[in-house]
Design a protein around this ligand. Structure first.
Ligand SMILES: *[C@@H]1O[C@H](CO)[C@@H](O)[C@H](O)[C@H]1NC(C)=O
Length: 265
């Protein structure tokens, strides 16, 4: 029984067109956790077909250790850079990741014509199911994200299959009080909104971007994760690590530790 079944499945996968492409925008910056987080995310993305990973560093030049890691993981990728404008760098609360995500949007406008985009920060945990659900987004899809504020989750409030509000520990006057990892956008829909971009406004990046996609009705938002009853994305974060001490070269020159220290921040 099993042999004909496998044969017919193989035939099906050859003749069926590939699913719509996913464009994953990951802003990142050099810090002790960077390589660890990108390793975890990259090997998650490796389980997803027809995916293109835009890794965008807030840096002057791409970090060679990051390029090397991306080549090794071998998910189709572009490694770009986009620095935070100097005028924001002296702010106490910095609009982190905005220049990177806007660079990703610019890349998509220049290179993509269909499929779906998603902002996947490197400090989250993703159930691969969410990628196959978001792939068919017509305009904007949303779903819950776990480990957000003392509420434990940030989610659209769903009644009879439509959004009636948002559950989030910090509303802050936002129209869309949602997390960056809680929504995807169709590329065609983005292209139909030539001015859509993310504002340099800490705390209001998601809200500003989603508002820049207007007109968009709450009733048009597509609800994933079984009408927002499942948690498929978690805002894990990792503990902040101190920078590694410099190496005593008098003591350790000509040892493996020199190589290790070059990997670390
Ligand atoms: C979501 O809710 C709507 C309305 O109640 C229902 O028609 C639909 O089947 C539900 N979808 C899922 C995946 O549960």
């Amino acid at each position: 029984m099993s042999i004909p079944r496998i044969a017919s499945l193989q035939q099906q996968s050859i003749s069926e067109p590939p699913p719509p492409p996913l464009y994953i925008i990951t802003p990142t910056y050099r810090r002790p956790e960077q390589l660890a987080e990108l390793t975890r995310l990259g090997y998650t993305l490796k389980h997803v077909v027809n995916l293109y990973w835009l890794v965008i560093e807030d840096a002057e030049e791409p970090t060679p250790q990051v390029t090397k890691l991306l080549q090794k993981i071998n998910v189709p990728f572009s490694h770009l850079v986009a620095q935070m404008p100097a005028k924001y760098r002296k702010n106490k609360v910095k609009p982190r990741g905005v220049s990177n995500r806007n660079r990703g949007l610019e890349w998509i406008r220049a290179n993509a014509s269909d499929g779906v985009l998603y902002f996947a920060d490197d400090d989250n945990t993703y159930d691969v199911e969410i990628f196959d659900e978001m792939r068919y987004t017509k305009k904007v899809s949303m779903w819950p994200v776990g480990l957000i504020t003392k509420f434990g989750v940030s989610s659209p409030i769903v009644k009879n299959g439509t959004v009636v509000g948002f559950y989030d520990g910090w509303i802050g006057g936002r129209k869309y009080p949602v997390d960056m990892a809680s929504f995807s956008v169709s590329v065609r829909f983005l292209l139909s909104r030539p001015n859509a971009s993310m504002p340099y406004k800490p705390g209001y990046e998601e809200d500003g971007f989603l508002k820049s996609l207007s007109p968009l009705k709450l009733t048009e938002i597509e609800l994933l994760a079984s009408n927002c009853t499942e948690i498929l994305v978690w805002h894990t974060q990792s503990k902040k690590n101190p920078n590694a001490m410099s190496l005593d070269m008098g003591k350790y020159n000509n040892t493996n530790l020199v190589h290790l220290r070059n990997i670390l921040v």
